[in-house]
Design a protein around this ligand. Sequence first.
Ligand code: HEC
Ligand code: HEC
Ligand code: HEC
Ligand code: HEC
Length: 336
Amino acid sequence: MRTTIACILGLAAFSPADVLAQKPRLDPAHVMGAQSCTECHGKEVDAWRATTHFKTFKDLERRPEANKIADNLDLDDLSANSLCIECHFTVQKKGARHVAISGISCESCHGAARDWIKEHNKETVARAARKSVSEKAGMLYPQNIYAVASNCFDCHVVDREELVNKGGHSAFSKDFDLLAWSQGEVRHSFMDSGSPVKKSGTVNREADANRKRILYMVGKLLNLEYELRAVAKATTAKGTAAAKQAYGVQHAIRANALIKEVEALNQLVPTNEVTALIAAAKSAALKTKNEAQLNAAADKVSIQAKKFVEAHDGSQLGGLDVKISALKPRGTAFTP
Ligand code: HEC
Ligand code: HEC
Ligand code: HEC
Ligand code: HEC
C-alpha cells in the first residue's frame, strides 16, 4: 500500500536513515537545559512550564494524531526519531548519547548556552562588551528580534515535504502571528532595567506600543521569507489523502496571501524597505521545482527585513495600531 502511494506520486521512498542524517537545529553538545537558567531566571522558567512548548514533551506521544503520522511514515519510536525531535524537543549530549531532555525550551529561541551562560551576566564587564562576547558565543538577544523570531518560523513553517504529504502533518500553524503568539502563553518579560546588570522582577510585562508594532511587522516579513523557502522545497503539486492538500500547494497559497497582507500593511505605513521587499518576493514564481529563484527571492526578502529592523523603532508605525488592536494574544500570559 505504502509503495503504491510513493509510486503514484513519484516520491522517493521515505527512509528514516535520511532523517537521522539531518543536522540538528541546536548543537546537543552546547545545550545546558532550562534548569541551568532557574537560579537567576526562576520566573521565566515558571512561565515556560505553563506553555504548550513545555507540555509537548509529555503530550506528543499520547496523541492519536502523532501515532498516525508515525505510522504513515513507518516510524517506530517517534520520541527517538530525530525528525520529530527537531521541532518538538530539546536534545542534549550526555556522555556518548543524545538525549531528549525537554520540549521546546529557552535555548530553542535564545541559542545553545554552553559558551555564553557564564558571560552574558558578568557584572564586572560593561553591558555592551558582555553582549558582544555572548552574541559571538551564540546567544540570541531579545533586542535582535529578527534572529530570535527566525526560530519561531524554523518550526512553525513546516518545510518537510514528506512529513506533510506522506505523514499528514500540518504544513504550518494556521494563524501564526509573531505578536499575538509571543504575547500570550509564551510571554516571559520579567527583566527590570537594573544596573550593572538587570534582574528578573515579578511583573510579566506586555510589550510596549512601539515594540508591538515592530514584532507585528517583522513577524509578517519573516513569515513571508520562510514561506518562499518552503515553496522552494516543493517537488510535486500532488498530495495524499492524509495531507488533504499537497505541501507545495498549501505553502504557495500561504505565500501568496502573505504577499497581499504585506502589501496592505505597506499601504498603511509605507517604508522603502518593505516596498523593496515586496518587489523581491514577487520576483519568483510560486511553483514547484523553482528552488533557485525562490531561494534568491527569499534571500533578498531577508536582507530587506533586517534593514527594516535597523531603520525603525516603531514610533513612526502608528498606522499599524488598527491591525494590532484587533489581535488576541494566543493563550494566557503567566502571572506569578
Ligand atoms: C547566574 C545567573 C544567570 C544564569 C544562570 C542565567 N542568566 Fe540570563 N541573565 C542574567 C542576568 C544578570 C541578565 C542581565 C544581563 C544584563 O543586564 O546585561 C541576564 C540576561 C538574559 C537575557 C537577556 C535579557 C535582555 O533583555 O538583555 C536572556 C535572553 C537570558 N538571560 C537568557 C538566559 C538563559 C536562556 C539562561 C539559561 C540557559 C540564562 N539566561 C542563565 C543572569 C543569569
Ligand atoms: C519543522 C518542524 C516540525 C517537525 C519536523 C515536526 N513537527 Fe509536529 N508540529 C510542528 C508545529 C509547529 C506544530 C503546531 C502546529 C499548529 O500550530 O497547527 C506541530 C504539531 C504537531 C501535532 C499536533 C497536531 C494536532 O493536530 O493537534 C502532532 C501530533 C505532531 N506535530 C506530530 C509530529 C510528529 C509525529 C513528527 C515527526 C514525524 C513531527 N510532528 C515533526 C512542527 C513540527
Ligand atoms: C523548536 C521548534 C519551535 C520553536 C523555535 C518555536 N515553536 Fe512554537 N510550537 C512548536 C510546536 C511543535 C508547537 C506545538 C506543540 C504541540 O502542540 O504539542 C508549538 C506551539 C506554540 C504555541 C501554542 C500553539 C497553540 O495552538 O495555541 C505558541 C503560542 C507558539 N508555539 C508560539 C511560538 C513563538 C511566538 C515562537 C518564537 C518566539 C515559537 N513558538 C518558537 C515549535 C516551536
Ligand atoms: C518560543 C521562544 C522562546 C522561548 C522558549 C524562550 N524565550 Fe525568552 N524571549 C523570546 C522572545 C521572542 C523574547 C522577546 C519578547 C518581547 O520582546 O516581547 C524573549 C525575551 C526574553 C528575556 C528578556 C525579557 C525582558 O523582560 O526583557 C529573557 C531574560 C528571556 N527571554 C529568557 C528566557 C528563558 C530563561 C527561557 C526559558 C525558561 C526563555 N527565555 C524561553 C523567545 C523565547
